[in-house]
Design a protein around this ligand. Structure first.
Ligand code: NAD
Ligand code: DAU
Length: 340
């Protein structure tokens, strides 16, 4: 492994992975390949901007010619695919982009990777492929029951990766991460959205009764998990990267408000997300057997994260303009009016 193409490396988790890899492996060349959609942000990569083993290339993973050129020009031997449309609510409003990137893009990347003789391909996937689970923990061999267009698009990308491994003998590993939080997360997802709204003393639109459960994983632990699977995972296998920190949304929201010294009256129970999964929970045993351990417990991780958004207004204030405000209106105007 020498020349690693990290697709989607300007996003939230991809950029944490790039920062981690650039620092941890000075002998590897890390090339970030990213379309810079609304969620991609070059500011996320400022900490590695001057590093000698880092390059940035703008491109779409669904554009065959650009992908092929990047694989050739950088003599890529390893691909780690973080590139995706990643927000469930947007997939409910407009699924098209999810099919383009998470399905077609993943296929093009695999297909070009095969033609270029890639030595290892890591597909970054999600616990959402298992769907809602009432009790217990999802295991890697459990069946897929994705419920949102986003989850279905990720399941499709993953299944294509599996097919390329079985059919063409490509060396492929898959990670399935749980709900990730931390610095540099686009402020449409629960933690950064609610933290930044609360800083401005604005209402927090909590879907339904707020008792839905998510398993929270700190972003640096997720990045280290992908590193571990990339280096030690067995080809053809998938690995759950579970935070083992299950929390109800209402509790996460209450804690964010406490950390910011804001009142619980900012919480607004609004009409639920369509098809909303009630609970995700996975076993982390298989990744643990490879040597991965999460280092952050949720209480410490959430506090550090909320402080980061308090201290880094320069990063998120410029995002919360233009397209972001259009999206906010589409997603929340009626919901907030309905509960008023
Ligand atoms: P993100 O939305 O923050 O970042 C996605 C990145 O992909 C952006 O930089 C964007 O510009 C880029 N991108 C989108 N379409 C592209 C295309 N066609 N070509 C090239 N680049 C493109 O997402 P994230 O939260 O960092 O998630 C990264 C990956 O991890 C995704 O595959 C997601 O499904 C998966 N995942 C996320 C979570 C989570 O809680 N955020 C949990 C488990 C798995
Ligand atoms: O589980 C892994 C997945 O986690 C990733 O694959 C996705 O990319 C990532 O976006 C995330 O999906 P969720 O839908 O769980 O994350 P989100 O932050 O959108 O929502 C978390 C929970 O909070 C969910 O139950 C919905 C709820 N929520 C979210 C928002 C944005 C609200 O109640 N109100 C909101 O405004």
């Amino acid at each position: 492994m020498k020349n690693i193409l990290v697709t989607g490396g300007a996003g939230f988790i991809g950029s944490a992975f790039v920062r981690h890899m650039v620092e941890r492996y000075p002998d590897y060349n890390i090339v970030c390949f990213d379309k810079l959609t609304y969620a991609g942000n070059i500011d996320n990569l400022l900490p590695v901007d001057d590093a000698e083993n880092y390059r940035f290339e703008r491109g779409d993973i669904a554009d065959r010619a650009t992908v092929s050129r990047a694989l050739r020009d950088y003599c890529v031997d390893t691909v780690v695919n973080f590139a995706a449309e990643s927000h469930v609510d947007r997939s409910i409003l407009d699924p098209d982009a999810f099919i383009h990137t998470d399905v077609v893009g993943a296929y093009i990347l695999l297909d070009e990777g095969r033609k270029h003789g890639i030595e290892r391909f890591c597909q970054v996937s999600t616990d959402e492929v298992y769907g809602d689970i009432d009790i217990g923990l999802s295991l890697e061999d459990d069946r897929f029951l994705p419920n949102s267009p986003y989850a279905a698009s990720k399941a499709a990308g993953e299944l294509m990766a599996r097919a390329y491994c079985v059919t063409y003998g490509m060396d492929i590993v898959i990670t399935r991460g749980s709900n990730t939080y931390g610095p540099y997360q686009y402020p449409e997802k629960l933690v950064p959205f609610f933290a930044t709204e609360a800083i401005d003393h604005r209402p927090l639109p909590l879907y339904g009764d707020g008792e839905q459960i998510r398993d929270w994983l700190y972003v640096d632990d997720h990045a280290r998990g992908v590193d571990c699977v990339l280096h030690f995972g067995v080809s053809g296998e998938a690995y759950n990267l579970a935070g083992e920190n299950q929390r109800a949304n209402i509790d996460v929201t209450t804690r964010i408000l406490e950390l910011l010294g804001k009142p619980a009256s900012l919480i607004r129970h609004v009409p639920d997300r369509e098809g909303h999964d009630r609970r995700y929970a996975m076993s982390a045993e298989k990744a643990r057997a490879l040597g991965w351990r999460r280092q952050f417990d949720f209480d410490a991780g959430l506090e550090a994260t909320v402080r980061w958004y308090q201290d880094n207004e320069w990063w998120w204030r410029k995002i919360k303009t233009g397209e972001y405000l259009e999206y906010y209106k589409r997603q929340y105007a009626e919901r907030l009016a309905a509960q008023a």
